[in-house]
Structures are given as C-alpha cells and as structure tokens.
Write a protein that binds this ligand. Structure first.
Ligand SMILES: NC(=O)c1ccc[n+]([C@@H]2O[C@H](COP(=O)([O-])OP(=O)(O)OC[C@H]3O[C@@H](n4cnc5c(N)ncnc54)[C@H](OP(=O)(O)O)[C@@H]3O)[C@@H](O)[C@H]2O)c1
Length: 259
C-alpha cells in the first residue's frame, strides 16, 4: 500500500531554486526545505541569499548559498558543480529567475534588451537544464520546474518580449518532458498571475492597476509569494511523479475571468 502520509515528503532530496533571495523563489525554497529537501539558495546577491538560508536553518531545514547570475553560463556551470560536490545529487531544479528589462511597445524594444530577455528567460534556462540532466539521469530521475507567467497566455504589447519568453518556457517543458520522461525526469511550468513581489511592483503599487487586478481575479485579491509554494512542493514530490509537460496556472482565477 502507498504511504500517503509521505506523498509530499522530500527527505533526502536536493533542490536548486534560482532567484530565491526573495519573492516567489524564496517562498518555494522555504517550502521545499520545510518538506525535508536540502535547498541551494541562489541569486546574484550573496548576502540576501544568506538571509534566506539562515531563515531556512532556523526553521530546522538545510540550505546552502551558491551565488549565481543566470546571465552567465560559467556561473550556471559552477552552480551545478558546487551543488553536486557538496550534496552529490540534484532532484529538483527550479528555474525561477527571470529578466524583464523593457516596458514599452513590442516592436520598439532595443536589440540588447531583446537579447537579454531571451538569454535569461529562455537560452540559459535551457542551458541550466542541460547541465543538470546528466545528474538526474544517473540517479534515476528528477523534477524540472520553470516559473513562466500568465503573460504566456495572451497577447501583450508593453510586455511583449517578456511574454514571448514565458510562452517559450511553456514549450520548453513539453520538449524536456518528451525527451527525458524515460529517464524518470518530469518537466513542468508554473504560470503565476500577479503576485506582490519586487518584480511586479509597478503593477500593484499603482492603485488603479491593483483595483483592476483585484476586480478581474475570481478570488478577489492578487497573489502572495506563498501562494506559489504548494505547487512547487507537489511537482518536486512523489505526489507529482506522473505529472509532466504541463503548465499550471496559479492566479487566483484571473485567466478564467468572464465579463
Ligand atoms: N510577481 C509576479 O507578478 C509574477 C507573475 C508571473 C510570473 N512571475 C515570475 O516569477 C519569477 C520570480 O519573480 P518574483 O516576482 O518572485 O520577483 P522578485 O521578488 O523580484 O524576485 C526575483 C528573484 O530573481 C533574482 N534574479 C533576478 N535576476 C537574476 C539574475 N540575472 N541571476 C540570478 N538571479 C536573478 C532576484 O535576486 P537578486 O536580485 O538577488 O539577483 C530575486 O531573487 C520570475 O520568473 C517572474 O517572471 C512573477
């Protein structure tokens, strides 16, 4: 008989969460650690990551910090190498850090900003998955999770390139799922709606924009980072082991809004 009490137990597992110094990534890192995973907290700012690792440890969990700017391939390689050197395995990879350098008409984005958005949100996500997959295959499986966005679901002018990359992430998990399912690896995307984080400040600090978001959300409020924690635990755990190639819209009921 299955041990349903341990369906979400991550004891013995290792998880990397990019962009976990704050916001959604931090909530995911803390939740994975609370279920027993050893968590690599990583972003560009070591000090901010140390604070998160300290919070995880003081709650009884295990964490270490490996700084990594996901724009740089050598730092991605170092993230994987250092994790394997310290803990010998990678069960869950959460590609959560993202860039959105341009807010303006889609066709007016400067080339350097277009390239940066594509590099951080698509190419280097693929590269980090590629670097992590050998360890996952060798140990018999793993879970890849990419933080996409509900921006992937609709046309957008002012966030056009960002949304383009987030739609690419939805396709990326499908590609990874079909290519590596037989290695025991699942790949899924999480599509948050508007969440109260630094990243989306411009959208929720403006009272009119906030009121519109609240009006258009079935549950009547925008998200908090913790609202995205449970789906990450599900996908990392035995509970999610037959779930792959999927995109989970976690948005308080925004995308299903009617008139
Ligand atoms: N908030 C929303 O409404 C919303 C909605 C849909 C999707 N999302 C997605 O959710 C994810 C997390 O965003 P968030 O809202 O939680 O934002 P946030 O609170 O601003 O956190 C962003 C995290 O990414 C890190 N980061 C940024 N650039 C990085 C880089 N080049 N290399 C490594 N780390 C980097 C930041 O840390 P450092 O500054 O320390 O590097 C921070 O830990 C993103 O993929 C975003 O697209 C957010």
């Amino acid at each position: 008989m299955s041990d349903y009490g341990k369906l979400f137990d991550l004891t013995g597992q290792v998880a990397i969460v990019t962009g976990s110094s704050r916001g959604i990534g931090r909530a995911m890192a803390e939740a994975l650690a609370a279920q027993g995973a050893r968590v690599v907290v990583t972003s560009r700012r070591q000090e901010a990551c140390e604070d998160v690792a300290a919070a995880i440890k003081s709650a009884g969990g295990e964490a270490m910090v490996i700084p990594c700017n996901v724009s740089h391939e050598d730092q991605l390689a170092n993230l994987v190498e250092q994790t394997l050197a310290a803990w010998g395995r990678i069960d869950t990879l959460v590609c959560n850090a993202a860039a959105n350098p341009h807010y303006g008409p889609f066709l007016e984005i400067p080339d350097d900003m277009y390239d940066k958005t594509m590099l951080v949100n698509v190419r280097n996500v693929m590269k980090l998955c590629r670097m992590t997959l050998p360890a996952m295959k060798e140990q018999g499986g793993g879970s890849i999770i990419i933080t996409s966005s509900t921006g992937a679901l609709a046309g957008s002018d002012y966030l056009g390139t960002y949304c383009l990359t987030k739609a690419a992430d939805v396709q990326m998990v499908k590609n990874l799922a079909v290519a590596h399912g037989r290695d025991g690896v699942t790949a899924n995307a999480i599509l948050p709606g508007l969440v109260k984080t630094h990243f989306a400040k411009a959208l929720w600090e403006d009272p009119d924009a906030l009121a519109a978001a609240e009006r258009d959300t079935a549950l009547g409020r925008i998200g908090e980072p913790v609202d995205l924690a449970g789906i990450a635990v599900y996908l990392a755990s035995r509970a999610g082991r037959w779930t792959t190639g999927q995109s989970f819209v976690i948005d308080g009921g925004w995308a299903i809004r009617g008139e």
